[in-house]
Design a protein around this ligand. Structure first.
Ligand SMILES: NC(=O)c1ccc[n+]([C@@H]2O[C@H](COP(=O)([O-])OP(=O)(O)OC[C@H]3O[C@@H](n4cnc5c(N)ncnc54)[C@H](OP(=O)(O)O)[C@@H]3O)[C@@H](O)[C@H]2O)c1
Length: 297
């Protein structure tokens, strides 16, 4: 994986910016070498993709120079719909808003109990044949769900995007504390990180700076005093900000981990990007994990 691809720009908050502000933020990302963008059909009710589409068109950037992924399957009023019919309809809407001819990846936003792998496989075949997508990926799936799709589908997921940060790491603690009486050893993802590794599926970490689901950031949060203390020391050591160290902690997980950064603040994004240039040591990785409140057996 290219170094520039390790920090993906999450576009969930783009719609909160005015048009000019959004264009200028996207210009900044492009000029900083960011080429991989994460969308979803529901972000801003479609406004995030629509803004992005107008930006590409106005700047004339070569489509082949960008990696664009979007997600579908969360349907207001229905909950989840991963039917082939819905996926195809959603891809058409996404492409029209993005003003693009194809998506590099369409991600299934959340698992759906009612999904049918044959139906999904047929939809992916049609989408790939027509040139509308290059490949597909998943999001928020555990290993059993991925295994079910892998064993029933001709097309294989290239990506699984899950929530992962220093202060939100059940997918890591369940492996490190497995077969103990600690609640952190309870398997919530059925070993999804190791499963993705076994199958060459790239792991993407969403909300890399949040401690809960849309609960807020642990950066400068008094509830995470010990973690912030150690982040500050390492930030000083590496000559970067604390968010870069927190992102570097995720990027240190081999072999193909990406951080999906969501800030639309230029200074905050610039700080995150520095994670691409540092590699924290093995000892520092475990220290940070413990400072976040996790124990090791
Ligand atoms: N697959 C899914 O189900 C799913 C779900 C949610 C999100 N996502 C994807 O993940 C992306 C990231 O999600 P996110 O925005 O929740 O996570 P995030 O990148 O962890 O950002 C969380 C918060 O951290 C703050 N922050 C960033 N840098 C900071 C700094 N240097 N100092 C202080 N605060 C800082 C940001 O505030 P400021 O805005 O003020 O900088 C932001 O509100 C989204 O854009 C989306 O693409 C995917």
């Amino acid at each position: 994986m290219e170094k520039t691809d390790r920090i993906v720009a999450g576009m969930m908050r783009l719609g909160s910016l005015g048009d000019q502000e959004a264009f200028s933020f996207l210009d900044y990302l492009y000029d900083s070498g960011v080429r991989w963008f994460d969308h979803a059909d529901i972000y801003g009710g479609g406004r995030c993709e629509e803004l992005f589409g107008r930006w590409i068109q106005s700047r004339g950037h070569s489509r082949g120079d960008l990696v664009i992924q979007s997600k579908c399957g969360i349907v207001p009023g229905v909950c989840y719909d991963n039917s082939g019919e819905y996926i195809e309809k959603s891809v058409d809407g996404i492409l029209s808003r993005l003003k693009c001819e194809y998506l590099d990846y369409i991600l299934i936003h959340r698992p759906d109990v009612l999904w049918d792998p044959d139906d999904m496989n047929a939809a992916f075949t049609r989408l790939i044949k027509s040139g509308k997508i290059r490949a597909f990926g998943l999001s928020n799936c555990n290993s059993v769900q991925i295994d079910y799709l892998l064993s029933s589908m001709e097309h294989k997921p290239a990506i699984n995007q899950i929530q992962l940060s220093l202060a939100f790491a059940p997918s890591i603690s369940e492996g490190l504390e497995s077969n103990t009486y600690s609640d952190n050893g309870i398997s919530r993802t059925m070993g999804v990180i190791d499963f993705c590794r076994c199958h060459g599926i790239t792991l993407q970490a969403w909300s890399p700076l949040q401690y809960g689901t849309f609960a807020g950031t642990f950066l400068n949060n008094p509830a995470y005093e010990k973690l912030n203390g150690r982040l500050s020391e390492l930030a000083y050591k590496y000559g970067v900000g604390k968010s870069a160290v927190a992102a570097a902690w995720i990027l240190r997980i081999p072999p193909h981990t990406q951080v999906v950064a969501g800030t639309c603040n230029r200074d905050h994004f610039a700080e995150m990007l520095k994670a691409r240039d540092i590699t924290i040591t093995r000892q520092e990785w475990y220290e940070l994990y413990r400072c976040a409140g996790y124990a090791l057996p």
